[in-house]
Design a protein around this ligand. Structure first.
Ligand SMILES: Nc1ncnc2c1ncn2[C@@H]1O[C@H](COP(=O)(O)OP(=O)(O)OP(=O)(O)O)[C@@H](O)[C@H]1O
Ligand SMILES: [Mg+2]
Length: 454
């Protein structure tokens, strides 16, 4: 269908050139404008993704004033438009100035149709990628979210979420098993929020982070004067969770004597503060998590079997990030959105090579690692797109060592460096060439030679 072609607006006052350019871009839905007014009318009516703009327009055909006015208005009206400006002989200065004011790239007159075609196509590609990034990022907020901020598109994880939603309104104890950073705490919170205890408190205690001698008092509380330093009566976490949910994180780290006491609480549903004499009834839902193998610990008498069965009425295994195809990039976009808003609003998305690197990385630290790396990358990003190198994922260096011969090793390095430069400069040829220390024609040759585009 003709109207499905990508829309290109050509702003050019030379009629001969107008015809020539229109003819050269059969793949696009081309609109031609010869001056400022018709250019802006076309921008509003057609919303083209890409515009080529001759800076010398009437009534100032030999200057740049009119062209810059058009550029400024386009950037104000629709800043995601990719504007490619034409610069006449010796007008490099104005071309660079145009880029500073938001233009995407420039080309030298007289027009080399083939070179300009390449720039135009790259501009469309980049626009499409940015659009896609925005679309996905918008979607992340809506339908991909279940259970209090859980973002996933992986069936394995959706199943976990469904299980949790199904048991939320019962009082069964839930044990969450998963490697570090897989989202155990997030799911425990989600469970609480989905339950009819949501108006009560969600009280989390990390049993591995508290010294053994303090853990008992943290859990059960103490009366004033129960021990040296107990200057006032203090409620324990269990009591605080009355009417709500108690999340015992790293439950495998509870020492054996305390396991006995915890078991007694679960059986009787009452506690006694340290140094106290009265039994206090506590109504709480227990959720626990661990990355340890409790069954093995039971075998070694490190963990009580009777406590295990009380805590693990439902066991939920959380897959690692590597076991959830597609989730790494989805979550990366989600975090990028969040952090760019908070930290660095000019960052709009990922360069294609960054997404490829995210997808390929094994993520040993799971979602927590991903979150940290994206945060750092958003802080470090210099342009609108986060590049692969901003993520600092160490690439496999022996890629180069395994090369067939010196020529192919060089080619691999070339490709890598060029991709980095393109990502860094958001696909801008002039800037990439500058970063690489080569001329634009040389870069075009290399792109052709290596069949690199986006
Ligand atoms: N599916 C997800 N969607 C959105 N955010 C997530 C998801 N999974 C994890 N996170 C975020 O990743 C970080 C780590 O998650 P969480 O603390 O729940 O993991 P954990 O398994 O408890 O990790 P650890 O073992 O390190 O304590 C948190 O900031 C959490 O909000
Ligand atoms: Mg945790």
């Amino acid at each position: 269908m003709a109207d499905m072609k990508p829309k290109l607006l050509i702003v050019e006052d030379d009629e001969g050139l107008q015809a020539q350019l229109k003819w050269a871009y059969e793949d696009f839905d081309v609109t031609i404008a010869g001056d400022r007014a018709s250019a802006l009318a076309a921008l509003r009516a057609e919303e083209p993704a890409v515009v080529t703009l001759d800076l010398g327009l009437p009534p100032d055909p030999d200057g740049t004033r009119e062209g810059f006015a058009v550029l400024d208005e386009i950037m104000a009206l629709k800043p995601d438009t990719k504007v490619i400006v034409a610069s006449g002989h010796g007008a490099r200065e104005s071309a660079l100035q145009a880029i500073e004011r938001g233009a995407y790239d420039f080309y030298q007159k007289p027009v080399d149709i083939e070179a300009l075609g390449l720039i135009v196509r790259r501009a469309f590609n980049l626009h499409e990628i940015e659009e896609e990034n925005r679309r996905l990022a918008d979607k992340v907020g809506e339908d991909k979210t279940v259970l209090g901020g859980l973002v996933t598109a992986a069936p394995e994880m959706a199943k976990v979420a469904r299980t949790i939603e199904r048991v939320a309104n019962t009082n069964v104890s839930v044990m969450l098993l998963g490697a570090s950073g897989t989202g155990k705490e997030l799911l425990a919170r989600g469970l609480h929020d989905a339950s009819n205890r949501r108006d009560g408190e969600f009280v989390a205690i990390n049993c591995a982070a508290i010294p053994e001698n303090l853990l008992e008092s943290e859990l059960f509380g103490h009366e004033k004067g129960a021990f040296t330093g107990a200057v006032k009566t203090t409620e324990g976490k269990i009591e605080q969770a009355h009417g709500g949910t108690l999340f015992l994180d790293e439950v495998g780290d509870i020492p054996l004597p305390l396991q006995v006491k915890l078991l007694r609480f679960i059986q009787e549903r009452t506690i006694e503060r340290i140094g106290g004499r009265k039994q206090i009834a506590v109504d709480t839902r227990i959720v626990c998590a661990t990355h340890q193998n409790l069954e093995a610990m039971i075998g070694e008498n490190q963990f009580r079997e009777d406590l295990f069965y009380r805590l693990a009425e439902i066991v939920v295994k959380i897959p690692s990030l590597a076991e959830r195809p597609g989730d790494a990039t989805l979550l990366a976009k989600h975090f990028l959105n969040r952090f760019s808003e908070e930290i660095n609003p000019k960052v709009k998305g990922f360069a294609p090579d960054a997404l490829a690197a995210i997808d390929a990385w094994p993520w040993p630290g799971n979602v927590r690692e991903l979150e940290n790396r994206v945060k750092r990358a958003v802080i470090m990003a210099e342009g609108k797109l986060v590049a692969a190198e901003d993520l600092d994922l160490d690439e496999d260096e022996d890629e180069t060592c395994e090369a067939l011969n010196l020529k192919s090793a060089r080619e691999q390095v070339d490709r890598k460096v060029i991709r980095h430069a393109l990502a860094r400069s958001e696909g801008n040829i002039s800037q990439s060439a500058k970063l690489l220390g080569i001329s634009r024609p040389t870069l075009y040759d290399l792109l052709k030679q290596y069949d690199l585009h986006a």
